[in-house]
Each structure stands twice: as C-alpha cells, then as structure tokens.
Design a protein. Structure first.
Length: 250
C-alpha cells in the first residue's frame, strides 16, 4: 500500500513572463514572476535587470500600474548599478576575486600543478600554475581561456541563431572573435561576422541578441526602419536584452 500524505498541497511552479512599461522616453523591461506569494515586490539584479514579483491571482494591469508608479525608483537603482560597475576597482587576478562568465559570477581559485590551465569547477574558475602565482601569469592564462571559450560558445550560438533566423539562406556567415572597444559586433559585405571577445562575460540571451542583430544586417545593411522591424520580429524583447548588455559591459 502506498503511503499517501493527506492534506499536503503541492505548490505550483512560478510563472515568468517578459513585460515592459513606458516611462517618458525610456522603456523599462522587466520579468514578471507570479507565484504563491501575498505581496508585490521589485528587485534590481546585479546586472541591472528588473524583476517584479506578484501574487498568482494579481491582475496584470494592476501590476503594470504598480511598476509604473515605481519607475523613478527603478531608474535610480539602475543608474546606481551602472555607477558602481564603472567605479569598481580594476581586476587584480588574485584568489577569491569575482569574474564574469556567460552572465554569472565565478570566484577565482588558484592552485599549483605540473600542467598549467584554466577550467570551470562549479561556481569557481580554477587556474593552475606551475610556478609563482603572479597576477600577470594568471591574467595571461585567463585571457587565453576566455578567448577559447568565446570561439566555441559563439560558434555554437551562431548555429542556433542561424537555424531560427527567418531569412537564413545557405550556410551561416563566417565568424571572427575580436577585441573591440566600442562595438559588440559587425557584419562585413562579404558575410563575415565579428563578435567582441568581452561578450563571453554576458548572458547567452545577450550574445544571441548581438548575433541576431548582425544577421539582420544580411537583409538590411543599414539601421533603417525595416532593419529594426526585422530585429523586432526575431528578438521581440531585444530592448531588454540590449539594456542588460549595456549594464554588464558598461
């Protein structure tokens, strides 16, 4: 006979949808999370993205109005996040330091061994050196690792995005990973896509946004109205992703 616990009600999983409101000339995008809670709450993540939490039975129109009433607070908090990131001290490449990879923060762990290298180990980036753990050597190893990861991850994401791109024709464009200061990506007339190496620190959804943006240039070379209409078609929440990327790679 099965042992059945009576009177125990399983909680339904939370439901998350992307929503946005207008605040003057600004669009504020946020994740609306409905769950078995009693109150409304706003959270600004470390990357500046916004989460509105609401009771499952709350009317969406009421939640949107409530978020709009707090728009000034949201803008101030997002601005504070940007300022904090810009004022953050430069990386020192020492034990326990926090480093971004695909939108998540990992703590740097340094060890010694005969074979030098870098690998992910849970929530840590494990760096192995054969000699002294000089910050210059740690940085060099990590830069090489980031570059390898970028080439692999970007190639995988390009395949995924190309398969979903409505105007895909033939093979996807050639891919180059470059160190760029002012641009996230570019598309040459010869169908060669360049992506900024630092994107490897951003969430996958932000990387995909940049890839889709550049793929749209295969159809519309310039940032004309038709170009943005196509971007809207393939990435309906592109403004939210763009804003999140701006906050991470400010």
């Amino acid at each position: 006979m099965r042992d059945v616990k009576r009177g125990v009600r399983r909680r339904a999983p939370a439901v998350t949808v992307a929503r946005s409101i207008r605040h003057g000339e600004r669009t504020i995008s946020f994740d609306l999370v409905k769950s078995d809670r009693r109150t409304l709450a706003l959270t600004i993540r470390r990357d500046g993205s916004v989460v509105a939490r609401a009771p499952r039975r709350a009317r969406e129109a009421d939640v949107l109005t409530w978020v709009a009433d707090h728009a000034d607070w949201i803008v101030r908090k997002q601005h504070a996040v940007v300022q904090l990131q810009r004022s953050a001290p430069p990386l020192r490449y020492v034990e326990g330091e926090s480093h971004l990879y695909l939108g998540r923060r990992h703590l740097l762990a340094i060890g010694h061994g005969a074979v030098e290298g870098v690998r992910l180990a849970g929530d840590r980036i494990q760096v192995t050196v054969s000699g002294a753990a000089a910050p210059e050597r740690i940085k060099e190893l990590m830069d090489d690792w980031y570059a390898r990861q970028a080439r692999e991850q970007f190639a995988d994401r390009l395949d995924v995005c190309w398969a979903a791109f409505p105007s895909a024709d033939g093979r996807p464009p050639a891919l180059r990973v470059r160190r760029m200061r002012t641009r996230w990506g570019s598309m040459s007339p010869r169908r060669s896509m360049s992506l900024r190496l630092d994107l490897i620190r951003a969430p996958v959804e932000c990387i995909d946004y940049v890839i889709f943006h550049e793929l749209c240039h295969l159809v519309h070379p310039n940032h004309q109205r038709a170009f943005w209409a196509l971007v809207e078609e393939v990435v309906p929440d592109w403004k939210r992703r763009k804003r999140r990327l701006e906050l991470i790679l400010a």
